[in-house]
Write a protein that binds this ligand. Structure first.
Ligand code: NAD
Length: 313
């Protein structure tokens, strides 16, 4: 059991049909898979039904007989509730057929991912952690990046299914490694966006135009995604959220969440990461202070406002 590559005849249960899960499930349907879905929110189920997902009355009903169970849930506690909890949103581990493959795609802590994997295995199933980056746009376009943790055999089995939903699929190591890669990447992202934003505000104070600083840094050692793709000032990169009043994009709430997971991992490992911890504080305050629903590059406005206050003292 377990070495087969799961093809289009595989039956998929999809649990969590929200912003990400909805379009991911729709892409699986469009690729010819039979997808049975469940969400605790009726509106999410309705939307998925419109995309051809067969709607189940509960998570466990969706999982019965499925070869693959995809979970795309808000946080670790929701994953545990879906795996073992009571009620319509729970009971996946007990309902799934022996040897079913769990693809846990939510962004959760490395520790929770390892615990979730142990629960899956203890229940007689197989599992990969497979968090994603690429946002709702990537979920809709089927161009997500999957960072995967688990065995090579299970990774090979899941390859076709992940390939429908994503463009870049990387096996990062054993269980939890996908979440480890995601948390490290997003810590870079949070820190680099703050650094780029501080540099633009400093440039403004020094009399540089945004375009001049961009033209230099984008072709010099300051080059990074936060500058060249998600540029926090309007103008230099027309597609960046700064050009549409910081509509996400990647919402401040999600950056705050991911940096919270990074700090959890820093604490668990004892790593001395001053900037990662500061980035978490900065984005936590940003999210609480009204930035939760705006793109995370909106942090530049907080930095600019803080600089104005500093200048007035
Ligand atoms: P979302 O809140 O839109 O969707 C989650 C869905 O799970 C909701 O519809 C909720 O009702 C449902 N749910 C919760 N518990 C359930 C249960 N027991 N059974 C069935 N359904 C249940 O969140 P999202 O934006 O789709 O994000 C999902 C995950 O992907 C999160 O972990 C997030 O951090 C991660 N992620 C999101 C993005 C993004 O841009 N939105 C990008 C990368 C990763």
């Amino acid at each position: 059991m377990g070495s087969e590559v799961l093809g289009v005849e595989s039956r998929i249960a999809f649990i969590g049909l929200g912003h990400m899960g909805g379009p991911m499930a729709a892409n699986l349907v469009a690729a010819g898979y039979q997808v049975t879905g469940f969400d605790v929110v009726p509106a999410a189920l309705e939307a998925a039904s419109g995309a051809g997902v067969v709607v189940a009355a509960s998570a466990s009903a969706a999982a019965e007989g499925a070869d693959v169970i995809v979970t795309m849930l808000p946080a670790g506690k929701h994953v545990f509730a879906a795996f073992e909890g009571e009620g319509p949103g729970g009971g996946l581990l007990a309902a799934a057929r022996p040897g079913a493959l769990f693809l846990e795609c939510s962004t959760i802590s490395v520790e929770d991912a390892r615990t979730a994997h142990e629960m899956v295995v203890a229940s007689g199933h197989r599992g990969l952690d497979a968090p994603v980056s690429g946002g709702v746009v990537g979920a809709e376009a089927g161009t997500l990046t999957f960072m995967v943790g688990g065995s090579e055999e299970d990774f090979a089995a899941a390859g076709g299914i992940l390939g429908v939903m994503g463009r870049r699929i990387v096996l990062c190591g054993g269980p939890g490694s996908g979440q480890a890669a995601k948390v490290c990447n997003n810590m870079i992202l949070g820190v680099s966006m703050i650094a780029v934003s501080e540099a633009f505000v400093l440039g403004e104070k020094l009399g540089l135009t945004h375009q001049a600083l961009f033209d230099v840094a984008a072709n010099a050692s300051g080059q990074c995604w936060s500058l060249t793709t998600n540029c926090p000032v309007p103008g230099p990169v027309p597609a960046s959220p700064a050009n549409r009043d910081y509509q996400p994009g990647f919402a401040g709430a999600l950056m705050a969440k991911d940096l919270g997971l990074a700090v959890e991992a820093l604490n668990a490992t004892g790593v001395d990461a001053v900037l990662g911890r500061m980035a978490e504080e900065i984005y936590r305050e940003f999210a609480l202070g009204g930035g939760a629903g705006t793109d995370f590059s909106g942090i530049i406005n907080t930095i600019r406002d803080g600089s104005e206050r500093g200048g007035a003292d």
